[in-house]
Structure formats: structure tokens, C-alpha cells
Design a binder for this molecule. Structure first.
Ligand code: FRU
Length: 495
């Protein structure tokens, strides 16, 4: 019989075997969401990187496809993006004026020959590949690279089409903490940078995997703001990999941020987050790698485990005015509702005082919606993956006004000294000083918490014992009223 690995996620995508890191080449085309990703199918550590591939019509049920763009003896295929060249501006379509998918990625060459000598120096340059069969097979362009500045830390191109039909490319000068902008009419000739952004915000570690996109503030098409995502490693306020965001304006040439940076996610495990190009109805959906370079190669595996790492639940991004400020909000895509199974556990108006509620609620893969109100406690929230000696908490500290996820007792934590040395918290205001709306997605190895409208997200991986499957609402130092809650068991989608 096949070995069932209790740690494989129920509804988060991961390929059948191998190692994954960054999502790549997110593009919607002819009814399919494409998810490419950094993939080493031969090991469960970062090794020879290729682009793996999965497709979905709803970002929830994924079909794994054969390797898309493969490493060779000469090069590895690092992160990048994909676009629909609907006008065949690249000339790489099958016949005139038929659309073609173009992937732009970083080619990483480990040893470069300079002046007749082999030097121990690597080169990163930008290459393209094309697909005329719905992304199933890819041909590397014969005149690669399309952008080469003889740089060692120059990566993660993000291409998109602007309203005037020209192509924009964002690429990181990773160690300089500077994002470069380029323009092209054909996806092949990029010339010199038209502008740069940074160094600014967090300038620790390296800058990686950029993304930038417009959104209508509060849905008002006359009030467009641009969101810039800069992934940084290590740059998290505690340790490790994290995303910083800037909100501002893009005039077709350069980006100017309105204020300070903010964190995309306040947990430890949402990195290399980027968004789908060309999604229907102008919607913006994101997905991140659900791990952290600080400890990703040390995370526990079982003997049957031939995989390591997974991705976040795809999220819908919006800009909303909250507390007088324009905030980026993220919430799981609506498609996820379709895999909520019965029986739904629901209750209204339960008072919890210095105690827990829900001893009979169980589940290792659940979707929880809860509204807490009349807060008169020092701390309250929900415990998941709970049982004798283990629990992961999602909650709120009242005096310090901090939303948090606490995985200090979440199961296996001792594989890295910083994995569970503190709570992962974020500043948060209760609504009308008394109400908290909370959504929590729990899977076998992860917790994704969305506070309020999703202006705060906290994403953490956990390694609990599979027998610890209780879900309990709790209050400490007083009472809280659960206005309502629902707990849905989630269907298995990707196993
Ligand atoms: C980010 C990253 C990228 C790079 C890729 C290599 O996690 O380091 O900058 O392209 O991973 O796998």
C-alpha cells in the first residue's frame, strides 16, 4: 500500500516528490492558473533548480504537470515571471498574431570563463523561453540572454504589460538593495534601466522576487494606487525571509512610495510572494512559499517523506481604507469555500471566561471563522493542533494590542533555535475597541491567520503530532463573548 504521510498538506499544493521554493511564472491563460515554482525533483534540499509546473482552474485543485524548464550542466533556472504575449510582439508565436506565453527567468551559471580562465564566480542574467501549447512545453530562446550586465547578484525578473502596450521588467540588484526598471517593445531588447527604486525600507540581507501592480482603493476605479512587493532575506524583524510592501504611484517610468514600508505578513513562513498576471476581472491573487530560508532545510521529515515545503493558500489582495490609512488586505480566495465539507460546527453567543470552549471540535485541516466581542480578558483566541502538551495559538493580547500566532508549543520545534523562541505578533486595533473578526486556515503543517479585513496576516508552518487535533476557543484573565463561529473540515485536494 502507498505510504500515507501524515504531514503532507490536505489542501495546500506541493508536488508529489522533491523540494520547492519560490512560486514562479504566475499567469492566467485560457481558463487556467499556472503555478510554476523553483523545483529540485531529485532531493529535498535546494539543489539543481528547474521550473516545476502545476495548473488549476480555481487555484485550489492543482494538477501537477511535467517539468517546465529544466536545468542543464551549464545553468540553473532561477525565479522569474510569465506573460501572455497576445500580439506576438516577441515574434516567438507559432504563426503570425497568435498568442504565445513568454517566461522570463534568471539563468544562474555557477562557473564563468573569463579571459580564457575558469574563475570561481557565478553569473546571473535574464533569459526567456516560449510556449505555444498552453504552457505544457517550453523552448529556450536561441539568443539568450536577453538581459546580461555581467552581474553575480542580479535576479528574479518580473515582466508585465503596460497600458500603452510596452513591456515593463523589474529585476533586483540583490546585494545593492536596488530594484531596476526596464522597458521593451518585444520582450527581448531591454536596453538600459529607465529608473531604480531603493535602497530604502529594509536593506538587510538581499532583495529578491519583486512584484508591482495597481489596485483600486476601496474599489474606486478613479483612485488607483500601486503596490510594490520586495522580498528580503534575511530581513524579517525576528529572523529570516520576509516580504516588505510599499504603496504609492507608478507613472510609467518610476515608482514613488507614499509612506513607510509595511510587512506583507507578520509570520515567519510567507516568502517570495508574487501575484498572478492577467487574472480575470483585474483581480490580484498572490501566493507565497510557505517556509523560511533560516531553517527550511532543517525542518522535520518522516521516513516516508519525499517532499519538502508547500505554498500558502492563494489570497485575494485589495486596498482598503482602514483606520484612516490605505492598507493592503489579503484573504483566502473565494474558491476555497468550495472545499469546505460538512458537518459545519457552528455556535452563537458563547461566553468564555478563563477557560476553553470546544473540547469536541477536532480537525487537522479546517477553516475557522470566528467573531469575538465584548472583550474583557487579557488574552483570547483559538488553539489549534491542540492536545496533551501541544498547541498552536492564534490570538490577541489586549494590553499590548497585539495579534499573534504562538507556535512555541506547537510540536517539533527544536530543529532550529529561532523556530519557536517567541510569539509572532503584529500591531492590531480591535474594531470599536471590543470586536475581533478572525479567519484561520489550518492544515496538517501550517496555520494562516487573517485578522480584521485581512490587513494583518500571520503565516506559520508547524510540525505537530498528528494525534493533536483539538480546536478550542479560549480566554485568559477574564471573559470574551464568541458572537459566532464556524469550523469547516476541508476536503483533500492535492494528494
Ligand atoms: C528566493 C531565491 C531567488 C532565486 C531563487 C533560487 O528564495 O533565492 O532570489 O531566484 O530563490 O532558487
Amino acid at each position: 500500500p502507498p505510504l500515507i504521510d501524515p504531514m503532507r498538506p490536505a489542501y495546500h499544493y506541493t508536488p508529489k516528490i522533491g523540494w520547492v521554493n519560490d512560486p514562479n511564472g504566475l499567469v492566467y491563460y485560457k481558463g487556467e492558473y499556472h503555478l510554476f515554482y523553483q523545483y529540485d525533483f531529485e532531493s529535498i534540499k535546494h539543489g539543481n533548480m528547474s521550473w516545476g509546473h502545476a495548473v488549476s482552474t480555481d487555484m485550489v485543485h492543482w494538477t501537477e504537470l511535467p517539468l517546465a524548464i529544466s536545468y542543464t550542466d551549464e545553468e540553473q533556472i532561477f525565479s522569474g515571471s510569465a506573460v501572455v504575449d497576445s500580439t506576438c510582439s516577441s515574434g516567438l508565436c507559432a504563426s503570425r498574431d497568435t498568442p504565445v506565453l513568454i517566461a522570463t527567468y534568471t539563468s544562474y551559471k555557477q562557473h564563468v570563463e573569463t579571459e580564457g580562465k575558469w574563475k570561481d564566480r557565478h553569473i546571473q542574467s535574464q533569459h526567456i523561453a516560449s510556449s505555444t501549447d498552453l504552457g505544457r512545453t517550453w523552448t529556450k530562446y536561441k539568443n539568450n540572454p536577453v538581459l546580461d550586465r555581467n552581474e553575480a547578484e542580479f535576479r528574479d525578473p518580473r515582466v508585465q504589460r503596460l497600458e500603452d502596450g510596452s513591456w515593463l521588467l523589474l529585476v533586483q540588484m540583490s546585494e545593492l538593495h536596488q530594484l531596476q526598471f526596464y522597458k521593451s517593445t518585444d520582450l527581448i531588447h531591454w536596453g538600459e534601466p529607465i529608473s531604480t527604486f531603493g535602497p530604502t525600507g529594509i536593506v538587510e540581507g538581499v532583495w529578491e522576487c519583486p512584484d508591482m501592480f495597481p489596485l483600486a482603493v476601496d474599489g474606486d476605479p478613479k483612485n488607483i494606487k500601486w503596490v510594490l512587493i520586495i522580498n528580503i532575506n534575511p530581513g524579517n524583524r525576528i529572523i529570516g525571509s520576509a516580504g516588505q510592501i510599499f504603496i504609492g504611484d507608478f507613472d510609467g517610468t518610476s515608482f514613488k512610495n507614499d509612506g513607510d514600508y509595511d510587512w506583507l505578513d507578520w509570520g515567519m513562513d510567507n516568502y517570495a510572494t508574487i501575484t498572478w498576471d492577467n487574472a480575470p476581472n483585474g483581480e490580484r491573487y498572490s501566493i507565497g512559499w510557505m517556509s523560511n530560508w533560516a531553517y527550511t532545510e532543517l525542518t522535520p521529515t518522516t521516513s516516508s517523506t519525499k517532499f519538502r515545503n508547500t505554498f500558502t493558500t492563494p489570497r485575494k489582495l485589495q486596498l482598503k481604507t482602514i483606520g484612516g490609512k490605505v492598507r493592503l488586505t489579503q484573504m483566502p480566495v473565494n474558491y476555497l469555500d468550495a472545499i469546505r465539507l460538512g458537518p459545519v460546527l457552528q455556535a452563537d453567543k458563547v461566553t468564555v471566561k478563563d477557560a476553553v470552549h470546544g473540547d469536541n471540535i477536532r480537525g487537522r485541516a479546517v477553516d475557522i471563522e470566528v467573531v469575538f466581542t465584548n472583550v474583557d480578558a487579557t488574552e483570547f483566541g483559538v488553539k489549534v493542533h491542540a492536545g496533551e502538551g501541544q498547541e498552536t495559538l492564534v490570538g490577541f493580547e489586549v494590553a499590548t494590542k497585539r495579534a499573534f500566532v504562538d507556535r512555541t508549543k506547537s510540536g517539533k520545534v527544536d530543529f532550529h533555535e529561532k523556530f519557536a523562541d517567541s510569539r509572532h505578533w503584529a500591531p492590531f486595533e480591535l474594531q470599536d475597541a471590543k470586536t475581533l473578526k478572525l479567519r484561520v486556515l489550518v492544515d496538517h503543517g501550517s496555520v494562516e491567520a487573517f485578522f480584521g479585513e485581512g490587513e494583518i496576516a500571520i503565516t506559520d508552518v508547524v510540525f505537530p503530532d498528528p494525534s493533536k487535533d483539538s480546536i478550542q476557543f479560549y480566554a485568559k484573565g477574564g471573559s470574551v463573548v464568541i458572537d459566532s463561529y464556524s469550523v469547516w473540515q476541508m476536503d483533500k485536494t492535492n494528494n
